[in-house]
Design a binder for this molecule. Structure first.
Ligand SMILES: [Zn+2]
Length: 313
């Protein structure tokens, strides 16, 4: 399976910063070790261009991000100190999602080991998100004439408010967000479909709401590509999560999303989104099992394709 990474472009954070930047390189290590990628399939994400970014963001915002002209308030809202490396990393994190979309259109499934920066709005960033990778990637594949309709399936515990706002009124991209009702962002935007969950929701509650929402979203979206935000933060021991979903429950979530899409013949690009477990190893476990499930599903599909060709010869 083709997997895109951008952890080489580390952005410098002050000591004690609560964003677990280390999770990205740890995750790439796990993926490399597991033999999920064939030769040349574990790839450095390309940066997205200005032209690609302004399909989702105001040119003025892009200009201020690139030149370091954001106000202190805007920088605080993003939560990362500004640096040229922050800009480069943000371009690459979105590029990984675009790369995964293009690879998924060829192969059925592919992944970005970053991305899911769903709190970025057209004219501002927040919650560790600078550019909205889902909106940028969806519009890039549309502009290339590869697909007409895209579905964003956002299972991060926080609502995909930036994605919902950017794509509101865009009938070609359907946004579905399942999230904690009382969690950040405290002012919710309107996705095409929202599934808010109460604090403490467990595996059964989470999976039942997901199943219902997923079917409805897929029926309404008529998409030729899905972007799946497999956030690790619905996990029960997440510091910012407020839900009680276990690792097993999150693995079931991955299978449900991947299988339901693939049964309908829809390619899926996986992105990682948030994860703030008390132990960073747990966050990496959850992200890794999402990648593992996708790789296993792809292998199964290829195996059954080979099997049917062999039988028909
Ligand atoms: Zn989150």
């Amino acid at each position: 399976m083709k997997v895109f990474y951008s952890d080489r472009f580390v952005l410098p954070l002050p000591e004690g910063h609560r964003f677990p930047m280390v999770k990205y390189s740890m995750l790439r290590g796990r993926v490399a070790e597991a033999g999920i990628c064939g030769p040349g399939e574990l790839r450095v994400a390309e940066p997205v261009s200005d032209e690609e970014i302004v399909r989702a963001h105001h040119p003025d915002y892009l200009e201020r991000v690139v030149s370091g002209a954001l106000t202190d308030k805007e920088v605080r809202r993003i939560g990362f100190p500004w640096s040229p490396r922050m800009v480069e990393r943000s371009r690459r994190a979105s590029g990984g999602t675009l790369g995964a979309c293009l690879a998924a259109l060829d192969d059925g499934l592919a992944a970005n080991l970053a991305g899911g920066t769903h709190h970025a709005f057209a004219d501002r960033g927040e919650g560790y998100c600078v550019f909205n990778d889902s909106a940028i990637a969806a519009r890039a594949v549309q502009a290339a004439g590869l697909v007409e309709r895209v579905l964003v399936i956002d299972t991060d515990v926080h609502q995909g408010n930036g994605t919902a706002a950017i794509l509101q009124g865009d009938l070609t991209v359907f946004t579905f967000s399942i999230h904690g009702a009382k969690n950040f962002p405290f002012h919710k935007e309107e996705s095409d479909l929202d599934a808010p969950l109460p604090d403490g929701a467990d595996d059964a509650e989470f999976l039942a709401a997901l199943e219902e929402g997923l079917e409805a979203a897929l029926d309404a979206a008529e998409a030729q590509l899905a972007i799946y935000l497999a956030g690790a933060d619905p996990f029960e021991d997440d510091r910012l999560g407020r839900l009680c979903v276990t690792k097993g429950g999150l693995a079931e979530r991955d299978s449900m999303v991947l299988e339901t899409c693939r049964e309908r013949g829809i390619p899926v690009a996986l992105t990682m989104a948030g994860g703030y477990a008390r132990r960073v190893e747990d966050t990496v476990d959850v992200h890794f099992q999402s990648i593992r499930r996708a790789a296993d599903a792809l292998e199964l599909e290829r195996g059954s394709k080979r099997g049917s060709t062999e039988r028909s010869v």
